[in-house]
Write a protein that binds this ligand. Structure first.
Ligand code: GDP
Ligand code: MG
Length: 296
């Protein structure tokens, strides 16, 4: 008797299934008007992971975003299929009266949960439910160098129990390195003071290894981001960047800004966890509330 059961093949079996089905991942961008949300959507699609799947049609200026709009691309790399959806939203807090301006965003997120739920409870449900739930919401903080606006805090307070929030500092090229550092610290203090939870949540770290990895991330957050969909030649290589009189800011260069850190977290290291937390925490909360509502 060898005693060998063969459970080590499970990993390969799971992998094969997952690869065939592919991955679905949904990112939403929210924040004030003109902070570079639409630009970042393009940056995400054009940067490394998906550069090949995009055409160069979006030269010129980006029109003002007037409604919630989702764009999807299927990206294939080494036999892995990823359907990446990014939802762009209009300037947050543009109105004279900004009371409840977070509501349309909350409704959009809940609509996706609702769709998923109705598929789930459907008796003749499909084997695989299309997952349009928002897995992460990138919240753009204006690079004022001071602190969060009350509206920023309001949004995150309302939404942190509904979706994974990753706060980022927009247009970070407008801050010096010292300003960036001080501003990040200030924002973290603001969030802590107001009891706002951002992803990755401390309370969800599962073991020491995860705590170590996530703590290192949390200490660097909110990431200081620069976005661009323009390509320039650097040493014969095409890079995304912003050209200024005093030089080129390279979006994916870790010495220039933290776009690459954000991209790596979203796509390379934490995608599955973002999906898991969405499913087991945020969606589960929604589901429980909905079902309780019905049973009353
Ligand atoms: P949105 O209203 O948040 O969607 O902002 P847009 O993406 O439309 O960008 C507004 C303006 O800011 C455009 O002129 C962009 O080229 C510019 N912009 C976008 N990202 C950045 C950035 O990271 N740094 C700087 N300096 N400008 C940016
Ligand atoms: Mg826009």
């Amino acid at each position: 008797l060898s005693g060998y059961v063969g459970i080590d093949t499970l990993q390969e079996q799971m992998r094969k299934k997952a690869l065939k089905r592919g991955f679905e991942f949904h990112i939403m961008v929210v924040g004030g008007s003109g902070l570079g949300k639409s630009t970042l959507v393009n940056t995400l699609f054009k940067a490394q992971i998906s550069r090949r799947s995009c055409t160069n049609e979006s030269e010129g200026t980006i029109p003002k975003t007037v409604q919630i709009k989702s764009v999807s691309h299927v990206i294939e790399e080494k036999g892995v299929r990823l359907k990446l959806t990014v939802t762009d939203t209009p300037g947050f807090g543009d109105q004279i009266n900004n009371e409840n301006c977070w509501l349309p965003i909350l409704e959009f997120i809940n609509d996706q949960y609702e769709k998923y739920l109705s598929e789930e409870v459907n008796v003749s449900r499909k084997k695989h439910i299309p997952d349009t739930r928002v897995h992460v919401c990138l919240y753009f903080i204006s690079p004022t160098g001071h602190s969060c606006r009350p509206l920023d805090l309001e949004f995150m307070k309302r939404l942190d129990k509904v979706v994974n929030i990753v706060p980022i500092i927009a247009k970070a090229d407008t801050l010096t390195l010292e300003e960036r550092y001080a501003f990040k610290k200030r924002v973290r203090e603001d969030l802590e003071f107001h009891g706002i939870q951002f992803y990755p949540m401390k309370s969800l770290d599962e073991d020491e290894e995860e705590t170590a990895i996530n703590q290192a991330l949390r200490e660097k957050m909110p990431f200081a981001i620069v976005g661009s969909d323009r390509e320039y030649q650097v040493n014969g290589k095409s890079v995304l960047g912003r050209k200024t009189k005093w030089g080129l800011i390279e979006v994916e260069n870790k010495n220039h800004c933290e776009f690459a850190l954000l991209r790596d977290m979203l796509i390379r290291t934490h995608m599955q966890d973002l999906k898991d937390v969405t499913d087991s925490i945020h969606y589960e909360n929604f589901r429980r509330e909905r079902l309780e509502m019905h049973s009353e």
